[in-house]
Design a protein around this ligand. Structure first.
Ligand SMILES: [Ca+2]
Ligand SMILES: [Ca+2]
Ligand SMILES: [Ca+2]
Length: 389
């Protein structure tokens, strides 16, 4: 007889021997049972624990902090832990488990060990090191096909999530996009969602690629990119000024809008450096350039001296009427005073000794670095003898 049974019986005997003999037997039994239930609740059930602990290794090295480990005993709820210093510790109250129940140990969603429950001990320590080898994502998610063309400046990219994609589970997705002539895809979003609304801010082709990541950090690209072309017949105006570094307008500069390195539209600046162009809703390269200007001597004759200019360019997303100013740099002017003089030669000298960081604007001989030849050429230009940089 256990302790609970002994106590219940003694209460019962008290009533039988005391002054309550006249009370009906049924009422007495109900009262006794109520007391018995209360007493039973006050005595905790025997605590029995199965403790699982050990080191966790992922791909041959101790798992990083936060690696998810779980233990599931029979039909009981799974209990989780996050690794710290490469170890896990999980205690399962095994009172409701039965001897021989299956124990499943997982790293993320991957089953890495199994065991059987042993209820003989009050606290049973189970030292089990866990090892996971996972070097790839078993299957990649695939975005749904997109319409060939769209006139909306917003597109929904959808994909499906399938549980059981990967042995360790899918942690997140990354959607990448490539617009028109871009050489590579760039990241739009990392998400647990399975859809993304993308804003298309220029007409043209957009291609999407989905990357699936598992919990270990492996990734896999979607097998096929999906593409759509945003079409619109809207046109916009682009205007602005081309200026020298000192803020003076550059007259007679050529301003060109290019797409795929082909000119789409071009104009020349006014006396004050103003330009204006119109083009369809796209993304362009905008370039300002100016031909050599004779500053000394007679054109085409020996001894003549010309100032040249470095092209200036910008990427312009023409999704509205826009103003873009460009700055034209005088070739050889390294201190920004819009003139080429001995002060600029000193700047090149400082680049040579390393007290000023190298700027390829000073690579006048075009060999890809700033060297003594550049200093000599610039000095020749300033002192005479070199007619053009
Ligand atoms: Ca995997
Ligand atoms: Ca200068
Ligand atoms: Ca050089």
């Amino acid at each position: 007889m256990d302790r609970r049974g002994t106590k219940t019986s003694s209460i019962f005997l008290f009533f039988l021997n005391g002054k309550m003999k006249s009370v009906s037997v049924i009422a007495m039994i109900i009262f006794a049972l109520a007391v018995a239930v209360e007493v039973a609740a006050a005595i905790p059930p025997s605590p029995k624990y199965e403790v699982y602990r050990g080191d966790v290794f992922v791909n041959g090295t101790l798992a990083p902090d936060g690696t998810r480990v779980s233990v599931k005993v029979g039909a009981l709820d799974e209990v989780e832990d996050s690794t710290e210093n490469g170890t896990y510790w999980i205690a399962i109250k095994s009172s409701q488990a039965s001897q021989g129940d299956m124990v499943t140990l997982k790293i993320y969603d991957a089953v890495v060990e199994t065991a059987k429950i042993d209820k003989n001990d009050y606290i049973s320590q189970n030292y089990i090191n866990l090892y996971l080898e996972d070097y790839l994502v078993n299957e990649s998610a695939q975005p749904d096909a997109l319409p060939e063309t769209t006139t909306e400046s917003r597109i929904l990219v959808n994909w499906a999530f399938y549980s059981g994609y990967d042995s360790t589970g899918v942690k997140c997705y990354e959607l990448l996009r490539r617009y028109e002539d871009e050489k590579t895809f760039s990241s739009l979003v990392k998400t647990n969602n399975t859809r993304y609304f993308d804003i298309l801010n220029a007409t043209g082709e957009y291609c999407y690629r989905l990357v699936t990541y598992d919990f270990v950090g492996n990734s896999k690209n979607s097998t096929q990119d999906v593409c759509t072309t945003f079409v619109s017949n809207k046109t916009f105006t682009l205007n602005g000024f081309v200026k020298y570094e000192n803020g003076t307008g550059v007259s007679n500069a050529n301003v060109t809008l290019e797409k795929y390195f082909n000119p789409v539209n071009s104009t020349t600046t006014t006396e004050k450096g103003y330009y204006e162009l119109a083009a369809s809703w796209k993304r362009y390269n905008l370039t300002a350039a100016k031909g050599d200007v004779l500053v000394w001597g007679r054109e085409g004759k020996g001894g003549a001296k010309y100032i040249s200019f470095l092209n200036s360019s910008a990427v312009v997303n023409l999704d509205a009427n826009k103003t873009v100013n460009l700055t034209l740099v005088v070739k050889g002017d390294l201190d920004g005073d819009c003139a080429v003089g001995i002060a600029d030669v000193r700047v090149v000298a400082r680049m040579l000794v390393g007290s000023v960081s190298e700027d390829l604007k000073a690579d006048f001989n075009g060999n890809g670095c700033v060297d003594l030849g550049d200093a000599a050429k610039l000095l020749g230009f300033v002192k005479g003898g070199v007619s053009k940089l």
